[in-house]
Design a protein around this ligand. Structure first.
Ligand code: GLC
Length: 570
């Protein structure tokens, strides 16, 4: 398998390796003769990084024997053979090294992405949420942790890790701030939702201000920020092969603080994480309180990342053990109780209620009458998904894109479940993709339900914003999930749709309507994560080996126990 993509010089620039060379010549080229090959080395180190860490783990998750281990790598091998190395990203160069003509949008996207850079004391530390000056800024002039993730991945894929390192270290410093909302002090580990650089032209100084939820609409702390931070730390380590950042005592401590928050014991009877409405990408009241899929999937992914990043020192060991226990319980719970397919839907439809004791089948006492009408039509013969939420007498049957994609990438979904999710996306293309990828959730809620669930939020009217709006940023997640499941053609179809409009429309934050045909009512233009999400999707398709940064292979130790449906077998 050729892991060579583009050649990156020591300062991170892409070297133009004779763009006139034919594909054949490039493949035959002896790269070992080049004076520096950091990118190649990095890719090799990427491999050994996770392997080393797994070997070091004391219990449970032992490394898989080579014969079984690399289902995931086989996918990459297979994909590498589909995507010939001649098709490499054009990135910010007008023409790529292998004669492949990049889409004209990529050059514009890179240019805009670079304009969105935020500097602190001369160093780039993140990207602004949106470059739109026509609308009221609100907090779109800040660097959001979650929004920076696709930007970071784009820079990593382009061989520019410095900004990602700066961001990781800067947000780590913010984490150590004392965080207060009125008279109440937040947990030590909370990471900010966003931050901003304040310039004082008189004193010629720069300071940072951060928002941990105390300024946010609704005053909710971002539960996802800490998870994204850990996920990004692993992506950085995987991509650069440089584990010294993750090994820094400050980073280890930052991780432990985040983990302390979500691994702490309390009154919860479930391994899932209990949270308030609006604590993630969906940051306004949308009925996503309790155990929303977005948080559970990110929680799982962050735990898997932490497992390979934590050092086995005196403090780390205890955390590694707790992480492993939680991973086992969480995957069991999610795979069994959040999973919905035709068979499971039929079982719920016929559920008995009021069952008592541990023999109960309907453990959460879900009333079959609470099944919404739409779900019967929505469920295809083949396919399934993780539903939005499960709690006492509660199942939120809505489809949420981010949680399901992260479930595939983190291998929270078994391979059969991952295939079923992709089957669902294919068979419900009009509903979930429509004219503009991708619906953040499906379906929208309206009328009385909208009044009750959103509290009459005018920004969240049906098929708008977080209430069934279409968010281009989700394209990178879909693309990564497509590559992981060996179905890149699905991503290609979605990218083509985006390419027909995104740039012409000025890279909107989101689209409205059942098909996502209208630029969102209050959508910002030049929304950075719409831009970087597109770039990441393109780069991943062109070089599937990038997937390793954000994907985890299946861990056979986390086997599900129950057999639920004929559409997924173990
Ligand atoms: C909106 C989105 C949120 C995003 C922020 C900045 O508030 O709901 O997910 O992080 O804008 O783009």
């Amino acid at each position: 398998m050729s892991l060579l993509s583009v050649d990156v010089s020591q300062n991170g620039d892409i070297k133009n390796v004779d763009s006139s060379s034919s594909v054949f010549e490039m493949e035959e080229f002896d790269f070992s003769r080049l004076p520096d090959r950091p990118r190649t080395l990095n890719m090799e180190r990427q491999r050994s990084f996770d392997e080393r860490s797994l070997v070091d783990i004391p219990m449970g998750l032992s490394p898989l024997p080579p014969s079984r281990a690399d289902n995931f790598n086989r996918v990459l091998d297979h994909l590498d053979s589909i995507f010939s190395p001649s098709r490499r990203s054009g990135l910010n160069t007008p023409r790529s090294h292998f004669g492949y003509e990049p889409h004209p949008m990529t050059a514009e996207a890179w240019e805009t992405l670079r304009r969105s850079l935020v500097y602190f004391r001369g160093r780039p530390v993140g990207t602004i949420a949106a470059l739109d000056n026509s609308e009221e800024k609100v907090n779109y002039d800040q660097v959001f942790v979650r929004d920076f993730v696709p930007s970071a991945l784009a820079f990593l894929m382009n061989g520019e890790p410095e900004i990602v390192k700066n961001f990781i270290l800067k947000t780590l410093r913010l984490q150590s701030w004392e965080k207060k909302i009125d008279r109440f002090q937040l947990g030590e580990g909370v990471m900010p939702a966003s931050f901003k650089v304040l310039h004082d032209p008189v004193r010629n100084t720069e300071t940072l201000i951060a928002d941990f939820g105390e300024s946010a609409i609704g005053r909710v702390a971002p539960v996802d920020s800490g998870f994204w931070w850990i996920i990004l730390l692993r992506a950085y380590t995987k991509s650069t092969g440089d584990s010294s950042l993750a090994e820094m005592p400050e980073c280890q401590k930052g991780m432990r603080l985040i983990l302390s928050l979500c691994l702490s014991e309390g009154f919860n009877t479930f391994p899932t994480l209990l949270c308030a409405d609006g604590c993630c990408m969906i940051d306004r009241r949308m009925g996503v309180y309790g155990y929303p899929i977005e948080i559970q999937a990110l929680f799982f992914m962050a735990l898997r990342c932490a497992l390979v990043l934590l050092k086995q020192d005196a403090q780390g060991k205890d955390f590694i053990e707790r992480v492993m226990k939680r991973l086992h319980a969480l995957s069991y719970h999610m795979r069994n109780y959040f999973w919905l397919d035709l068979k499971q839907l039929n079982d719920i439809y016929r559920y008995k209620t009021e069952e008592y004791s541990h023999t109960a089948v309907n453990k959460f006492n879900v009333m079959p009458d609470s099944l919404p009408e739409w779900v019967f039509d929505f469920m295809p013969m083949h396919g399934g998904y993780f539903i939005g939420n499960v709690g006492p007498s509660k199942m939120d049957f809505r489809w949420f894109c981010l949680g399901n994609c992260i479930a595939i990438l983190s291998s929270l979904a078994t391979p059969e479940q991952a295939t079923a999710i992709m089957d669902l996306i294919e068979s419900r293309w009009e509903e979930l993709v429509g004219d503009m990828p991708l619906k953040v959730c499906y379906p929208a809620i309206e009328n009385h339900e909208w009044r009750i669930v959103t509290g009459c939020d005018p920004k969240n009217t049906r098929w708008s914003y977080h209430n069934g709006g279409s968010w281009p940023v989700l394209l990178w997640l879909l693309t990564a999930a497509c590559i992981k499941t060996g179905r890149p053609q699905i991503a290609r179809r979605a990218i083509e749709l985006a390419e027909a409009r995104l740039s012409k429309d000025g890279w909107p934050e989101y689209y409205d309507g059942k098909l996502g045909r209208y630029i969102g009512k209050q959508a910002r233009r030049y929304q950075t994560w719409s831009i970087s999400g597109y770039l990441v999707a393109k780069m991943m398709l062109e070089d599937p080996s990038h997937l390793g940064m954000v994907a985890h292979e299946e861990d056979k130790q986390l086997k599900p126990v129950l057999k639920r449906s004929s559409s997924w077998t173990f």
